[in-house]
Design a protein around this ligand. Structure first.
Ligand SMILES: Nc1nc2c(c(=O)[nH]1)N[C@H]1C(S)=C(S)[C@@H](COP(=O)(O)OP(=O)(O)OC[C@H]3O[C@@H](n4cnc5c(N)ncnc54)[C@H](O)[C@@H]3O)O[C@H]1N2
Ligand code: MOO
Length: 501
C-alpha cells in the first residue's frame, strides 16, 4: 500500500469510526428455517400482488423531479427483450436477506495477524485486549505540588523535586513522617506518602523550611494508586472490538506495540455497463459511472481492503474471467443483475456453478440484489443493481453484514427513531429511504426527517443523509418510530436543512 493509500484509508476508517452509532447485536437466525419460512411467504406474495416498483403508489415529494422507473439500457444491436429470471428462487424479505448475509460472513474461521499500532486502526480485535501492566503501573501524583507524609506542618529539603519519568530518588524513596518533597504531575510518589498537596494550596515558609496548608488533608488525595484503572491481565476490551483511535491509545498505555487483529476482508469491485464513462460529461446516451468512485471508499469505511473499481463493460467473458481469477474474500459487482439482454451476472454465476444464497430481496430500491458463493471455499459475490440508490440498498442489506462477519464484528443492527413526516410505503415490500437525524427543538424529541430525491437512480438524497429508514410495507405515519440503519459517517452538513426535506 502506498503512503497516499494508507492516508486515504485512515481517513475513511476515521470517518467510519466517528459516524458509527454501533447498535450492534448478533442476530444468529437459523438460515435453513429462514429460507423455508421465506419461501412460503414469498409464494403467498406472488399470489397476492405486484412485485414491481413501477406500480408502487409512492407519493412524490413536493418538488421532486419525476423519476420514471428505469429500464435496462438497450442498444440497437441488442434490443431489450425481457427474459425470465435465470433462477426461479423467490426473493427474500429484507431482514431475512440481511441475516443470510451475516451468517454467510460468519461461515469460516477468522485469521489473525499481529499489526503494529500504527496499522491497526479500523481493524477488529481478534483476541480480547488484556492489560500487560497495572495502570497506573506505580503510585502517581495527579497534581503538581508536594508529596507529604503524616500530619503537617512538614519539613522539606530545598532543591529536591520528583519529576515525571524520574528514577527513584535515594532521598525520596521513602518519605518519613513530618516531611514533604516537591513533586510533579505524573511522578512516582515515594513510599509512605499520605497525600499530595497542590502547589496552589501549599504555604511555603522558606525562612523556616516549613510547608503547611490551611485545607484539610485527606489520606490519598491527588494520588493515583497503582492499578486504579486496571490490574495486569484484566480484560480491557473484548474480541470483536473495532480498533478506534481511543482503543489504540488504551492499548499503548497498557503496554502493547502490536495488536492481534482480524485481517481486513479483501474486496474486488467490478463495475459492469458499456454505457459508463470514467470521466467528463455525459454524452450520446453515455453516463458517468457513479458507483466506481463511491463503492471503494464506502467499502473501506465498512472495514474492507478494496481493489478496483475495474470497469468491465457488458462483457460476459471478461466478467467470468474476473470472477474465476479473483483471490478476494468478496467480489462486488454493479449492474447486470436483472434480466436484460446484457445483464450477465446470473448467467455467468450459473456457468461457474455458483450457489445463490440470496436471489432478489423484497426491498425498494434494490430488489434485484443478490448474494452468491462462487465455490464452497471460494469468495462470496454481492451483485448490486445498477441504479445507484439500489446499489446503496444492496450494499447495506448484503455487503455490510457479510463484511462484518468476515471481519469478526457484529453487523450493524437497525435501531428505532421517530420520523417527522409520513413516509409512503410499497404495498408489500420494504422501502429504504434516506433520512437525516435532527435534534428536537424547544422540548421536541430527536427525530429523523426523510429526504427527497430518493428515486432508485438518484444519489442526491443519500448524499445528504446520515441514515436509511427501513419503511415497512404500507408506509409509516409522522410521529411513529421507524428502524434506522446508519451510514458509516458523521451526520450530514447543516445546510441540508430545508434544502432536501
Ligand atoms: N423488466 C424489468 N426490468 C427491470 C426491473 C424489473 O423488475 N423488470 N427492475 C429494474 C430495477 S428496479 C433495477 S434496480 C434495475 C437493475 O438492473 P441491473 O442491475 O441489471 O442494472 P443495469 O441494467 O445494468 O443498470 C440499471 C440502471 O443503472 C444505471 N447504472 C448502471 N451502472 C451504473 C453506474 N456504475 N453508475 C451510474 N449508473 C449506473 C444504468 O445505466 C441503468 O440506467 O433493473 C430495472 N429493470
Ligand atoms: O427499484 Mo430498483 O430495485 O431501482 O432498485
Amino acid at each position: 500500500m502506498t503512503g497516499d493509500n494508507a492516508e486515504e484509508l485512515a481517513v475513511e476508517q476515521a470517518l467510519a469510526l466517528v459516524g458509527g452509532r454501533n447498535h450492534a447485536r448478533d442476530r444468529a437466525d437459523d438460515h435453513a428455517r429462514d429460507r423455508v419460512d421465506d419461501q412460503a411467504r414469498d409464494r403467498a406474495d406472488d399470489r397476492t400482488g405486484d412485485q414491481t416498483g413501477d406500480q408502487m403508489p409512492h407519493k412524490q415529494n413536493p418538488g421532486e423531479p419525476a423519476d420514471p422507473h428505469p429500464t435496462p439500457y438497450a442498444t440497437p444491436s441488442a434490443p431489450f427483450a425481457p427474459s425470465p429470471p435465470a433462477s426461479p428462487a423467490p426473493a427474500l424479505p429484507w431482514d431475512r436477506a440481511r441475516a443470510v448475509a451475516a451468517r454467510a460472513g460468519r461461515g469460516g474461521p477468522l485469521a489473525v495477524v499481529r499489526l503494529p499500532l500504527d496499522r491497526a486502526l479500523g481493524h477488529v480485535l481478534a483476541e480480547p485486549l488484556a492489560a500487560l501492566t497495572d495502570l497506573p503501573s506505580f503510585d502517581t501524583s495527579a497534581m503538581d505540588g508536594w508529596a507529604v507524609a503524616g500530619p503537617g506542618p512538614w519539613t522539606y529539603e530545598e532543591g529536591v523535586s520528583l519529576l515525571a519519568g524520574g528514577g527513584e530518588s535515594p532521598t525520596a524513596a521513602r518519605l518519613p513522617d513530618g516531611t514533604a518533597v516537591r513533586i510533579a504531575t505524573g511522578a512516582r510518589t515515594p513510599a509512605d506518602t499520605t497525600a499530595v498537596i497542590r502547589s496552589e494550596h501549599a504555604h511555603v515558609d522558606e525562612a523556616r523550611g516549613l510547608l503547611s496548608t490551611r485545607r484539610p488533608v485527606v489520606t490519598g488525595q491527588d494520588i493515583r494508586p497503582r492499578g486504579q484503572e486496571c490490574r495486569s491481565g484484566d480484560q480491557l476490551m473484548p474480541a470483536g472490538t473495532v480498533v478506534t483511535p481511543a482503543v489504540l491509545g488504551l492499548a499503548a498505555a497498557a503496554g502493547y506495540d502490536a495488536l492481534p487483529a482480524v485481517p481486513r476482508p479483501r474486496v474486488d469491485v467490478l463495475v459492469l455497463g458499456d454505457e459508463l464513462l470514467a470521466a467528463g460529461l455525459p454524452h450520446d446516451g453515455l453516463i458517468r459511472d457513479a458507483l466506481g468512485p463511491m463503492l471503494g471508499p464506502w467499502l473501506r469505511a465498512l472495514g474492507a481492503e478494496v481493489s478496483g473499481p475495474r470497469r468491465l463493460g457488458d462483457d460476459a467473458d471478461a466478467l467470468r474471467e474476473a470472477l474465476a481469477s479473483s483471490d478476494a474474500d468478496l467480489i462486488v459487482t454493479t449492474g447486470g443483475t436483472a434480466s436484460g439482454p446484457v445483464d450477465h451476472v446470473h448467467p455467468v454465476l450459473a456457468a461457474l456453478g455458483a450457489e445463490l444464497l440470496v436471489d432478489g430481496v423484497t426491498v425498494r430500491p434494490g430488489h434485484p440484489m443478490l448474494l452468491a458463493r462462487l465455490t464452497p471455499d471460494g469468495p462470496h459475490l454481492v451483485g448490486l443493481p445498477g441504479n445507484p440508490l439500489a446499489a446503496v440498498s444492496g450494499l447495506l442489506t448484503l455487503a455490510e453484514p457479510l463484511l462484518a462477519g468476515l471481519a469478526g464484528r457484529p453487523a450493524q443492527d437497525a435501531y428505532r427513531a421517530l420520523v417527522h413526516a409520513d413516509v409512503p410505503g410499497h404495498p408489500h415490500d420494504t422501502r429504504l429511504v434516506p433520512v437525516v437525524h435532527r435534534a428536537g427543538r424547544a422540548g421536541g424529541r430527536d427525530h429523523v426527517a426523510p429526504l427527497r430525491y430518493n428515486g432508485p437512480a438518484m444519489l442526491r438524497g443519500i448524499a445528504a443523509a446520515d441514515g436509511l429508514a427501513v419503511v415497512p410495507a404500507g408506509g409509516v405515519r409522522s410521529g411513529t418510530e421507524v428502524e434506522i440503519l446508519d451510514l458509516p459517517w458523521a451526520p450530514a452538513t447543516p445546510w441540508t436543512e430545508g434544502c432536501f426535506t
